[in-house]
Design a protein around this ligand. Structure first.
Ligand SMILES: [Fe+2]
Length: 301
């Protein structure tokens, strides 16, 4: 299955205005703005669709991420996915041809011919020792970050990550790239997506499956630091970071988000192909790498 990666999520939010404020500062561009709906997108067209929930009839299950939309390489691949899923679960088609179903944990999933578009990379002004300067007589600008380049991965809590991951590997052809011992978590990537992971199931025994976080890639670590700093100044809550993972190598900073889990700023994640050698990490702590907890007294005013 030539699945090209996750490229959109649809989420219900209790406070659309606050959710708009979050994603604007985070580094996405608002492309649709209605009274009860908003759409934000990254440079490559990957998107977050927000729907204002009706408080008077608000089942908890409708809050947060409701649907993860995956791109596929073409119409033939879309038909293959629809046929595969139709073997054992309901599949619906909308007017645009999008195929909607659910995974083995009950998470809403959908597939469409990819709408991701190529884009020109922004110049990164890094001074690397031994190479010609990338930035001369110019300071790093803490107001300069983003926009986000594209959605990279989604992460779910799972009471049984190996079981949750098996659906994506066995039914959708994903490749597992790393895992934690003792069924603590599993990373996998869609075949047409070359980043370290497109999806990650993080173990949480005895608890129901749930959305954990969503990640967008930015051009470089400057965006992670400056973007995170802007979110802090705007009053949003840092959950972890800034730091750098060992599993995936990416720079990261996680913030509580209106999606019912965290949203991650990320840069410089490992690019892999089928020559990648998966590793079994002892634990989440073992793979988390270096990170600092945010210390409020050290932030700029
Ligand atoms: Fe992540």
């Amino acid at each position: 299955m030539d699945i090209t990666g996750i490229e959109s999520v649809v989420a219900g939010v209790a406070d659309l205005a606050e959710a708009r404020r979050f994603f604007e500062i985070y580094g996405l561009a608002e492309t649709e703005a209605e009274a009860n709906k908003a759409r934000f997108e990254a440079t490559d067209g990957s998107s977050v669709v927000l729907r204002q929930l009706d408080h008077s009839s608000l089942p908890p299950a409708d809050q947060g991420v409701q649907l993860a939309i995956w791109g596929v390489a073409g119409e033939a691949e879309l038909e293959r996915v629809a046929a595969e899923l139709g073997r054992d679960r309901p599949v619906t088609r909308d007017a645009d041809g999008m195929v909607t179903s659910h995974d083995d944990d009950g998470h809403g999933i959908a597939f469409r011919v990819t709408k991701r578009r190529p884009f020109a990379a922004r110049k990164v002004g890094l001074n690397v020792a031994g190479l010609p300067p990338g930035r001369i007589n110019t300071r790093a600008d803490f107001d300069d970050h983003g926009p986000a380049c594209g959605m990279g991965h989604i992460v779910y809590w799972s009471p049984d990550p190996e079981r949750s991951n098996r659906f994506y590997v066995e039914r959708l052809g994903f490749r597992t790239t790393d895992r934690f011992e003792g069924n603590g978590g599993v990373f996998s990537r869609a075949v047409g997506h070359k980043e370290h992971h497109s999806i990650f199931f993080l173990g949480r025994p005895g608890q129901p499956p749930a959305f954990q976080h969503l990640e967008f890639g930015f051009p470089d670590v400057q965006d992670v630091i400056a973007g995170g700093h802007k979110l802090l100044k705007a009053g949003f809550v840092s959950r972890m970071g800034p730091g750098r993972h060992e599993a995936g190598s990416n720079w990261f900073w996680y913030f509580d988000s209106p999606l019912g889990g965290a949203v991650e700023l990320s840069a410089d994640i490992d690019i892999v192909d089928d020559d990648w050698v998966p590793k079994v990490w002892a634990s989440m702590r073992d793979a988390a790498g270096w990170h600092t907890s945010f210390l409020p007294e050290r932030s700029r005013p």
